[in-house]
Design a protein around this ligand. Structure first.
Ligand SMILES: [Zn+2]
Length: 165
């Protein structure tokens, strides 16, 4: 396959960790996936199996966080429900402008709204190991990376938080 960006070289396949910024979060690493790399311009084309399961796996990790959700994580979780900003506002019975303030970080979500939002995701995604007494109890955000790994048979993704180096 020729590089879709520079069209000057054939892509070379390798297995590596891939920062999955396309999901809107800058700390999600796909561990050991196949990536097609361009030797000329350095473009990377990741080969991501089971995309829907991957997004569910990331949502699972976020919803169980002990720290508060960041604005980018709120956006990710809203989209994981297939919600627009309007849907979000209707479900939490708030104003749509409120939703955009949470999502651009101008106003933090109240803890009660955040817990309600998490419960909605837990219910929608049938997450069984959520502990509401642990969720959102810590203020502030440690800098950590979320490593998401697929098993050998490429059947399921698993999530693991790691302190950033
Ligand atoms: Zn290229």
């Amino acid at each position: 396959m020729r590089c879709p960006v520079c069209e000057r070289a054939e892509l070379v396949e390798k297995v590596q960790n891939y920062p999955y910024r396309e999901c809107g979060l800058d700390n999600v690493i796909l561990a050991g996936i196949t990536v097609r790399a361009c030797p000329e311009c350095g473009s990377l084309v990741p080969q991501i199996p089971k995309m829907e399961a991957l997004h569910d796996c990331i949502a699972h990790a976020l919803v169980k966080k002990e720290e508060r959700l960041t604005p980018a994580e709120i956006v990710f979780l809203r989209k994981s429900l297939g919600w627009s900003g309007t849907d979000f506002a209707e479900n939490l019975q708030c104003d749509k402008s409120q939703v955009s303030k949470w999502e651009n970080g101008r106003v933090p979500m109240s803890k009660q709204n955040e817990l309600l939002f998490r419960e909605i995701i837990v219910g929608g995604k049938k997450i069984t190991d959520y502990r509401r007494t642990d969720a959102a109890r810590k203020e502030g955000n440690k800098v950590v990376s979320l490593f998401v790994k697929i098993d050998e048979a490429k059947r399921r993704w698993t999530d693991e938080w790691r302190d950033a180096a």
